[in-house]
Design a protein around this ligand. Structure first.
Ligand SMILES: *[C@@H]1O[C@H](CO)[C@@H](O)[C@H](O)[C@H]1NC(C)=O
Ligand SMILES: *[C@@H]1O[C@H](CO)[C@@H](O)[C@H](O)[C@H]1NC(C)=O
Ligand SMILES: *[C@@H]1O[C@H](CO)[C@@H](O)[C@H](O)[C@H]1NC(C)=O
Length: 640
């Protein structure tokens, strides 16, 4: 990160770059075969046009950017990683700073704060995969973009195939490549992807993309022992450095003007990425290696509190859900924990704090942004249908499905599995604070429905976006549709527990489809009320308002109806299983309503041991298998 470019120029570049890109040749191919690709060197990390796979299993890679050198206290990595994991993320992406590791030419050190091993170990312990980005150039608002100071005295043009530069980085890439290789998943470590170079884009005449350099750098990483797929983050979807295994791009669509944090451009939400992705590398997943997670602030700037507003929960809802509308299955947020520019590593454009207004603040406390991300990441983690989806109407969204031209709706369908639909609704004009009401006309497995089916209308208030699902599988329950958004679901002791949420007081409908006549719904707890209607003799629609917390039982399904504030308090945790990937398990979810932060859970016989942090008195509500939660402890002390 981060190249600032005008949009028109960007689009021109896409066109001209495609003609040159080796993958651009794929343009002629109209029929794509669905086959699993690998890099020929290992079989653990594979991919196809839909998603990455680990051990053959698809996953949404929801990743947060963290820089080891911006938090050089090795013992603190685990704290940050556990917070990221508890948010529902499964990966962290990180840069390595060459200049820190080789301050004097030929003298490479991994001593003390320079050691990367504690970072690798903490990620594995927390159960996060790593995307390693060793440069050699990283930018990252660091001095010299991560190049060592002695580079200034080295003749020849860097970031080219000039041998003066190839010779200069050789020792560093050998050393850091070996460290990364030793910590790949193939060796029981957490590293799943390695990025070559960084935003190798935006050349100005007479300079051009140096394909020879790219080839040599990739070879250097391979020679150092890297076997996982090699990636590259183009500064925008412009088709540069496409010779890697999985090309992807970066995007900072809300800019960096933290002094006007409420001002969004009408057309700020990028819609052209899908088309660019399909013309550059349709054979790969739509991978975004950096998406705006905050904003940097320069000397004399308005401060990181304002950057956190510019990129706050509203921004997260609108912009991340737009990426979901484009079937993005690898999304890394830059930054998720910004940290501090220690020891003069900042470039002149930023000051000592690199807080970045990110979800986890510089002092490692959690912003509201964190809790909103938790809702989104958990939803995608339990929605396998999303992992084989395609947007159906990317350039025809205005007024679609709602007949309200002030709204845009993208239909994202699982094109391989159960035809689950994800309908992403947002404002046509991203700058507006207007309240829009709408009904949805959606195709479902029982025919077209006008939703809400019980009457009334849905609402989208100002800078917001929602994902409504259709024919969504949650254990043995089929959610025919839900306008209330799904936070998570789990099957526990034979019951499907489904948590849905909306803004306080909003009208929503959730409908279930059964094999036979629907069972009678009943309120188990809470003061909420609902209306009901049978649809097509086998489905049951419930209409309610998302106010507080109400639990409704329908057959063996428990529907938790939550307003946003209540949804924020729930955590989905996974006890580690056994074997090399124990910490990454997504089996046996346990859902707990607790306080400020629940980090992890373990099962010891019939005891459920929860670890977490509180900032106030908290009441716990534990949804776990009865046999493994006869006793519950919190940070070692029994809960009663
Ligand atoms: C590499 O850089 C050196 C030093 O500036 C220069 O003399 C040489 O011509 C460059 N080589 C190439 C192939 O451009
Ligand atoms: C499709 O439905 C079946 C049967 O309900 C279910 O087992 C499976 O998990 C669903 N697939 C996806 C991708 O949701
Ligand atoms: C505890 O943290 C939550 C979430 O950030 C916040 O909403 C709440 O105000 C905090 N409570 C106290 C007493 O600081």
């Amino acid at each position: 990160m981060k190249l600032l470019l005008s949009k028109v120029w960007t689009l021109l570049w896409v066109a001209s770059a495609l003609a040159k890109s080796p993958r651009g040749a794929g343009l002629q191919r109209t029929v794509l075969l669905r086959r699993t690709q690998d890099d020929g060197l290992q079989k653990i990390v594979t991919w196809d046009q839909y998603s990455l796979m680990i051990n053959g299993k698809r996953l949404m890679v929801f990743s947060g950017e963290v820089h080891p050198y911006r938090n050089p206290v090795q013992s603190l990595h685990l704290d940050v990683f556990q917070k990221i994991k508890a948010m529902g993320f499964n990966a962290v992406s990180f840069y390595v700073f060459w200049g820190i590791l080789e301050p004097k030419r030929g003298e490479i050190s991994f001593e003390g704060f320079r050691d990367l091993q504690p970072f690798f170990d903490a990620a594995k312990k927390a159960g996060l995969y790593l995307i390693a980005r060793p440069g050699p150039y990283i930018n990252a608002e660091t001095a010299g973009g991560g190049f060592p100071g002695w580079g200034t005295y080295t003749p020849g043009l860097w970031r080219t195939s000039n041998t003066t530069y190839l010779d200069a980085y050789d020792g560093y890439i050998k050393a850091v490549g070996a460290k990364i290789a030793a910590n790949e998943v193939t060796n029981g470590g957490p590293v799943i992807l390695v990025q070559a170079e960084n935003e190798y884009s935006g050349f100005q005449a007479p300079y051009t993309e140096d394909l020879d350099y790219e080839k040599k750098l990739i070879q250097s990483l391979r020679d150092a022992g890297v076997t996982v797929p090699i990636t590259h983050n183009d500064a925008w979807p412009g088709g540069h450095l496409t010779m890697v295994d999985i090309y992807g791009y970066d995007s900072y669509p809300n800019g960096f003007d933290c002094s006007n944090p409420y001002v969004w451009k009408s057309d700020a939400v990028p819609e052209w990425f899908w088309g660019a992705h399909m013309s550059i590398n349709p054979e790969d997943l739509n991978a975004v290696y950096e998406f705006q997670g905050g904003a940097f602030d320069g000397w004399g700037g308005s401060g990181y509190a304002t950057c956190a507003v510019l990129t706050g929960p509203e921004f997260e809802r609108v912009f991340y859900k737009n990426q979901i509308a484009m079937s993005t299955t690898l999304l890394n947020l830059y930054m998720t924990f910004g940290g501090t520019n220690w020891g003069g590593i900042a470039h002149p454009g930023v000051y000592t704090s690199y807080d970045y207004g990110s979800a986890i603040a510089e002092d490692r406390t959690l912003r509201e942004k964190y809790y909103e991300l938790k809702l989104q990441a958990n939803f995608l983690a339990v929605s396998p249908a999303y992992l084989t989806s395609r947007p159906q109407n990317i350039y025809n969204t205005q007024g679609s499905f709602t007949k309200n031209s002030a709204l845009k709706t993208t239909q994202v369908l699982d094109v391989v599995g159960n035809k689950t639909g994800f309908y992403v609704v947002r404002q046509t004009d991203a700058s507006t604070n207007a309240l829009q009401t709408y009904t949805l006309n959606l195709p479902t497995s029982i025919g077209n429905l006008k939703i809400p089916t019980i009457g009334g209308s849905l609402s989208l208030n100002g800078k917001d976006s929602k994902i409504h699902v259709v024919d969504y599988t949650a254990g043995s329950t089929t959610v025919l549709y839900s306008t209330a958004e799904i936070f998570t679901w789990a099957t526990i002791d034979g019951k499907d527990i489904i948590l849905v949420y909306g803004n306080a007081g909003e009208l929503h409908e959730t409908a279930f489809k059964f094999g036979t006549t629907p069972p009678a719904p009943e309120v188990l707890s809470g003061t909420g009320t609902f209306q009901q209607k049978t649809l097509a003799s086998n489905s049951l629609a419930l209409q309610f308002r998302t106010t507080g917390q109400t639990v409704v039982q329908v057959g063996s399904t428990l529907l938790y109806i939550l307003d946003r504030a209540n949804a924020y308090q729930f955590w989905a945790l996974h006890p580690p299983t056994i074997g090399a990937f124990a910490q990454y398990s997504t089996e046996n979810p346990i859902i707990v309503k607790g306080g400020y932060l629940l980090r992890s859970v373990e099962i010891r016989g019939s005891t459920l041991a929860i670890q977490g942090d509180l900032n106030d008195t908290a009441t716990f509500e534990i949804i776990a298998p009865a046999a493994s939660s006869k006793l519950v402890t919190f940070n070692g002390a029994p809960l009663c």
